[in-house]
Design a protein around this ligand. Structure first.
Ligand SMILES: [Zn+2]
Length: 263
């Protein structure tokens, strides 16, 4: 009788231990899952996870396009383009509605201060960008082309949020870094952010942005964000804590080989 009681007590003790261990293990497992979930959400803006949704969405005014972040889809085209109502060099100067309105305000303010500005190019579609890039590649070679011309799908101009400007009365610094020292370039560096634009490719930031200094290339971000970026003195990649994009991850692979081949 006594032996049976001892055995029974041991069986109950072992069962209680196993139950305890199972409960503890279960708690551990669920806590672990909780940690993983929270760490995943904490890391969502971290550099090694790639752009957050707003930076990846081509319809967002916060989309980030660079050598490491192509537009998705690559042939994206905005559906709210319209010509800016301001002087432009070529027949068309389309921007997305919000950016077009902001550029018109910027232009009016510039003119009031005696600064004449013309839009050179604004929106460019994927095919046109491919033609431009391939011309440059044939003319200057792949390395030089990649420093000055974006590959199709990687150009901010394809977002409808970027615009190149110039002084057509004095073309000496037309799409040239010396535009930054012109009256127009200085005015833009000081005031573009007030209208929602930044100088997207600042001087000395090629290792981050992937492009040489382009004081003529304005990128629309909305007034609030443009102000913050301007005040920070950072590139857009740094401001959003996203990886630098000095080069492409892959070799150029045109979809249309016949368009790339010289004839
Ligand atoms: Zn540009």
């Amino acid at each position: 009788m006594a032996t049976r009681n001892v055995v029974l007590t041991r069986i109950l003790a072992v069962a209680a231990c196993v139950t305890f261990l199972l409960i503890v293990a279960g708690e551990d497992a669920s806590q672990d899952a909780g940690r993983k979930e929270s760490s995943a959400s904490d890391d969502s803006s971290s550099a090694d996870r790639g752009p957050a949704p707003a930076h990846a969405s081509p319809d967002s005014v916060h989309v980030l396009v660079n050598k490491r972040n192509p537009l998705s889809p690559r042939d994206y085209a905005p559906d709210d383009l319209r010509n800016v109502d301001a002087p432009h060099e070529f027949a068309d100067a389309p921007l997305r509605e919000e950016a077009a309105g902001a550029y018109e305000e910027l232009h009016r303010a510039a003119v009031e201060e005696g600064i004449e500005l013309w839009v050179t190019t604004a929106y460019r579609d994927e095919d046109f960008q491919q033609t431009l890039y391939e011309q440059r590649r044939l003319q200057d070679g792949p390395e030089a082309a990649d420093r000055v011309s974006a590959r199709p799908g990687h150009s901010e101009h394809q977002t409808g949020l970027a615009v190149d400007v110039a002084d057509l009365q004095d073309r000496e610094c037309y799409l040239h870094p010396c535009f930054g020292d012109s009256a127009q370039g200085r005015w833009l560096a000081e005031h573009a952010h007030e209208f929602g634009f930044i100088i997207r490719y600042p001087e000395g930031a090629e290792a981050i942005t992937g492009f040489h200094y382009e004081p003529w290339h304005l990128r629309y971000l909305g007034a609030e964000t443009a102000e913050e970026v301007h005040e920070s003195g950072l590139t857009l990649e740094e401001f959003w804590d996203l990886p630098p994009a000095s080069d492409y991850a892959e070799a150029y692979d045109p979809d249309h080989a016949e368009a790339y081949a010289p004839d």
